[in-house]
Design a protein around this ligand. Sequence first.
Ligand code: NQM
Length: 374
Amino acid sequence: MSSASSATSAGIPCMLMRGGTSKGAYFLADDLPADPAARADLLLRVMGTPDPRQIDGIGGAHPLTSKVAVISRPRPATSGVDVDYLFLQLGVDAATVSDRQNCGNLLAGVGPFAVERGLIDAGDERTSVRIHMVNSGSVATATFPTPGGVVDYDGDTAISGVPGTAAPIMLDFAGTEGSACGALLPTGRVSDVIDGIEVTCVDNGMPVVVAVAADLGVTGYETPDDLAGDARLRERIQSLRLRAGKLMGLGDVTDSSVPKTTLVAPPRRGGVICTRTFIPLHPHTSIGVLGAVTVATALLIDGAVGHDIADLPEPGRPMSVEHATGSLEVDVDLDTTVIPPRVRRSSIVRTARKLFDGTVFPRPKLESTLGPQT
Ligand code: NQM
């Protein structure tokens, strides 16, 4: 693409989409600089980072709305895959751009975006897109309605955390096990004790540290705002994830968006478990897609934190993961007859919506805003 300064005046084609319970800017890779440092600098200026309000950009002043999806035809051409999807998590008040995690929520918009941009041909009724999740090398298949070859965003599927209903987008995952850490149980153990607290470190699409809420002095039923105001809890979670990051092979995670921490408590609304998640220190208003898949996977493992307090359904039935604004249903097929357990497949239903399609104009360069790239 053209130089970063010409991007400032000419703008860059961009589609703003809600993907699941997140919102992000979707770009074709060809419309962004190929060099990761130049791309990161440009995207920070698009989003208005660093600034807690992101007032001079299109970010929504929260990690869940400070996200970018970069889409291309597979590079190099990979057989059986239709598009590449690179997810970038941008900081809000810190100038960080991280490619160390997936995002299953923005993933929901990737298939529709690929059809809208002509990267793939739509079917007459529905379209299935095989998406290479570049961050982890895993593959997701997204299936969504395209009557007459046009993406239909309307429908009657409701997901917690989003008002109203929209068309269902089925997401089937393969190869998510060990997405960032290389193994489902990256410490080699089902549980570890860190800072005197028993945790399970697990990665089935998202590196997560699972701990019982009561062990950290909270109930696990607090609102995200209450949790955000608890400075002592924040310190304890940071200490836990810094140590866990090393044990999980992620190194120094001070400036990294992973691992996330999920506090679990017995379910209260007919689900499998109640969760409160930190991304990585900010309380999530719900729970991430692959975060929920990962936590649900841990619950199925005998001896893992949460297994004993979970109300597990019959094998093969969906698992409803309760969170601060509702619940999220995931399917996880785990073979627990082998050690370590092996994930056969996982899936989830999401919705997405095109919000805006146009040209975004990044703020001009400031002096050295770029922070650590993780
Ligand atoms: O876990 C938030 C989200 C996410 C990530 C986060 C996600 C996932 O809710 O797949 O979707 O964990 O930072 O969008």
